[in-house]
Design a protein around this ligand. Sequence first.
Ligand SMILES: NC(=O)c1ccc[n+]([C@@H]2O[C@H](COP(=O)([O-])OP(=O)(O)OC[C@H]3O[C@@H](n4cnc5c(N)ncnc54)[C@H](O)[C@@H]3O)[C@@H](O)[C@H]2O)c1
Length: 276
Amino acid sequence: MECPAAAQGVAPAHGLRYTAAMMRLHNRRYLVTGAARGLGLAIATRLVAEGARVMLADVLTEGEARAAELGEAAAFIHCDVTSREQIEAAITATVERWGGLDGLINNAGIAPRGDILTETPQQFDRVIATNLTAAFHATQLAAPHLIAAGGGVIVNMSSVNAVLTIPALLAYNVAKGGLNQLTKNTAIALAPHNIRVVGIGPGTILTELAKNAVMADDAARHQILSRTPMGRAGEPEEIAAIAAFLLSDDASYITGETIYADGGRLGLNYTVPVGE
Ligand SMILES: NC(=O)c1ccc[n+]([C@@H]2O[C@H](COP(=O)([O-])OP(=O)(O)OC[C@H]3O[C@@H](n4cnc5c(N)ncnc54)[C@H](O)[C@@H]3O)[C@@H](O)[C@H]2O)c1
């Protein structure tokens, strides 16, 4: 399967080149939530490049066109992850389409602003439902299929905001912190079934979410980069590469961990200088 982005080594901004994708996921079957754009789409693209068959799930119907661009190894299903029924339908569709399930990537997420003095109960509930409760439902509903396949891997998309905090992202912080506990808890519970559960904790990655939430203006950008020792935001492909590694047998002894890809932010106390 030809997949230009990952297979040929993307050369995004900053002159980076990525290692050409291997075929570590040949014929494996995955469901990726929030896959119409951003990190989810980058992950789906990388998984297809590594030989997998992938169901892209999203509320955005543009996911249909993105799946078509990835070719026969990809398909799309409309799915709102705040609905347990729609998650179940997406898992069923994946199993029917590809003949089983080898892994799940709980990636869909939202990050609207609101601190403890301004957050509405409705928005708080919506953020928790999208970023945390959805992963509980999907994990519970996918597990029997993974057990039937002899094992599998679940990847939860966390954030540095699981352990650091931004007052204006109250619900998001709480959801991602909870997601890390879901990762640890379910990793232990599912280990006897040959299922690994792992997390990825990105710093600031250049997707729509990041552009709108934190890179919207120069002051915000300056603030972000002053907390990023590597001096740049990350690229979606750099997160997709971690997802492919964690899903592959190269990560066969890793479970319960969240891997942070943050340009050095978590190790930094105070700030670093920012160039123009
Ligand atoms: N971009 C970053 O800097 C960054 C950093 C840390 C963590 N993350 C996490 O990565 C994940 C993906 O973020 P992104 O940056 O690609 O954002 P994005 O906004 O570009 O993409 C998120 C996708 O999730 C989908 N989605 C939202 N609500 C949904 C719902 N109810 N049901 C189904 N799909 C839904 C959106 O339609 C969108 O396609 C999120 O969980 C986010 O919290 C991102």
